[in-house]
Design a protein around this ligand. Sequence first.
Ligand code: SIN
Length: 484
Amino acid sequence: MNLQDASLFRQHNLISGEWVGADSGATMDVDNPSTLSVVGRVPNCGTAETERAISAAEICFKTFKKTTAADRGALLERWFELIMDAQYDLATIMTVEQGKPFSEAKGEVAYAASFVKWFAEEGKRVYGETIPSPAQDRRILVQKQPVGVCAIITPWNFPAAMITRKIAPALAAGCPVVIKPSEFTPFTALALGVLAERAGFPPGAVNILTGDPAGVGSALTRNPVVRKLSFTGSTRVGKMLMEQCAGTMKRLSLELGGNAPFIVFDDADLDLAVAGVMASKFRNGGQTCVCANRIYVQSGVYDAFAKKLASIVRDLKLGDGFDEGVEMGPMINEAAIAKIKTHLDDATAKGGKILVGGDPDPAGPRFITPAVVTDASADMLVAAEETFGPVAPLFKFEDEQEAVDAANATPFGLAAYFYTNDLTRTFRVSEDLEVGMIGINVGGFATEVAPFGGIKESGLGREGAHYGIDEYLEIKTMHIGGIV
Ligand code: SIN
């Protein structure tokens, strides 16, 4: 790896301000999904190391919670600057371990940093309240206080942004964190840890552990010192973690799976809608929770839309994320490729037609060419499950109600998109779609200033915006009597 600052690449874990290995010395290999070569090794930690990290965070909490919001804001500001100064190196590490194109990785680093800057300021606006008392001699005050030690479990698709979106508000609120990044992309997380240390966070405020997901996960969820868990990942794992957290009644933020509908009405600007699908469906090779999974196109524009989309998808450049002009990288692992193939086989067996793509690519075994499938129907796997890959199935519909009903026919409710030029429809459809976020005539909405999160089986809580910090705060009410 050609890093400007080689010390950002760490093969150890950060516990209580020390860079350490697993007690057993065991390690796990991390590979590059483009080349399949081993990038490095990280400690394979388990319960004992996790408990040590939690204790370090518990000790840190005693003093960290007493620092001022301005002090914590200054640490976050410094961290923000260090992240942006290291944008090239962080993006390099990310492209090597995750595969996304280098330009997209640089964009993710800036996106990740934006949460740090935002919450550096937002921590100063954790306001309380006074409530008019029903008794003359009493006063009622409401204070917000940090929830305590937080467990943070993050996915591989956004190795930097999913960490900062969680830990920037936690740290701004005064909560130390124990992070378990994905075993596929630990090096970006560890590099962020190096920079957090340089920014001056006290030992124990930011702990990062790698290891067996089930072992570390259950040590985090069962420990009573941990008062809050924030997780981004699948609904299946989210439900498991929720169950494990019930025993100690932890606060939860869960950003889980989606199955986003993308509706194109007859009155839409078709070029804009095609650009929206490209942005939503093929960002990160379709490996995002908010990416369009089911594309509903009104019958009057169906054929024209399919033709325009296929002609652009056909030209998408696949390859190693460092190669010039590459727009889509590899899938993260073989299981991802297998799932995409299963979805395509199932679609063609049920009458779907592949207009373009779905083929292996000479770039390597984890590459698959982006596909557009027409004649998609509700009985197909592409309708029921998140493909999490570059497959765009097109479903035909006749009227607005049919599209809304189809869009809502899923247990998930993360994101939805629709394209129309009818103002009254904009409100009608927005109000009827059962999701947490809607893009209307836009195919992407990644920003630190707006709340991110879903409803139904897509999760609990919101990240980003001023809502994001509430997830790390408890409300305490003070009733003061004897005031005469
Ligand atoms: C995700 O897919 O989980 C995150 C996407 C985003 O932040 O835009």
